[in-house]
Design a protein. Structure first.
Length: 268
């Protein structure tokens, strides 16, 4: 599938800033099943490209001098091949054991340990992973504004509400209970007729089966395998290490944020 993507982020401030620095992970990953046809990132200030520890292409943005807004526009076209039951092709040079380490956002507590034991008793098997996603979707209702990006998985489960990153964090936390490698994925999805946002988060899980050994990609929010409607931006241990935009500023007063993401399939 060929996807046309446009992602605009705007920060507005009630007082002038003197300095802004942000890490941008807004460039799609080059992977065997995903080819970037064209892509651009436009901002004010200076951008320096970097490759992080997880192989994500990013830019360090710095803006100096007085300014009262920061606008970031990213977009282009990306070709994504279908996946067989979410199975990612190719050999990843990074050990999957890197993704067995819990983080502040994915640290399991007693409630998550019990949840994982109930809904994932057989470990990493295709059927059990989808069953876990179904259980998370049933236990944590999708509700915008119910949580923040700083909300850990344990709080989202207690609250019973959240969004895609909460679903992903809870899934990762359950995997950590069993010592199963699993990683966070940020990116875009063609939402089709659903009400979910085009900016999305899901997970990759390391699977060892008779006919396959490698990563499979699962959309926890929709309890299905990820496929050619998904564009991958970044992977990491959690939202913090794969966030599209993170940064700090000097000055600015009160901040307001507006984000618009449009994903449109191109029919050839």
């Amino acid at each position: 599938m060929l996807l046309s993507i446009r992602h605009e982020t705007a920060y507005h401030y009630t007082a002038p800033l003197t300095y802004t620095i942000q890490q941008l992970r807004l460039s799609p990953r080059a992977e065997p099943h995903q080819q970037v046809r064209s892509w651009h990132v436009a901002t004010a200030g200076r951008r320096n490209a970097f490759l992080d520890a997880f192989g994500n292409l990013g830019h360090m943005l710095t803006i100096t001098g007085l300014h009262d807004e920061v606008r970031i526009l990213a977009g282009g076209t990306v070709s994504v091949d279908p996946l067989d039951r979410g199975r990612l092709p190719g050999n990843d040079p990074m050990s999957p054991l890197v993704f067995t380490v819990p983080t502040r956002l994915t640290e399991p507590d007693e409630q998550i340990a019990a949840f994982a034991a109930q809904h994932m008793p057989s470990g990493a098997r295709s059927a059990s992973l989808l069953a876990l996603a179904e259980a998370i979707r049933a236990s944590v209702d999708y509700r915008k504004g119910a949580t923040e990006v700083t909300t850990p998985a344990s709080h989202a489960l207690q609250l019973g509400q959240g969004v895609c990153q909460d679903h992903a964090h809870l899934f990762l936390s359950c995997c950590h209970v069993h010592g199963i490698p699993a990683r966070y994925v940020s990116g875009y999805i063609d939402p089709g007729e659903t009400e979910h946002a085009a900016s999305h988060a899901w997970v990759d899980v390391w699977l060892e089966e008779v006919d396959f050994s490698g990563w499979i990609s699962i959309d926890v929010t929709h309890a299905c395998y990820a496929g050619d409607a998904y564009c991958r931006l970044a992977i990491g241990r959690d939202y913090d290490s794969a966030a599209p935009v993170r940064g700090v500023r000097q000055g600015g007063g009160i901040e307001s944020l507006s984000v618009r993401v449009d994903v449109t399939p191109i029919v050839s």
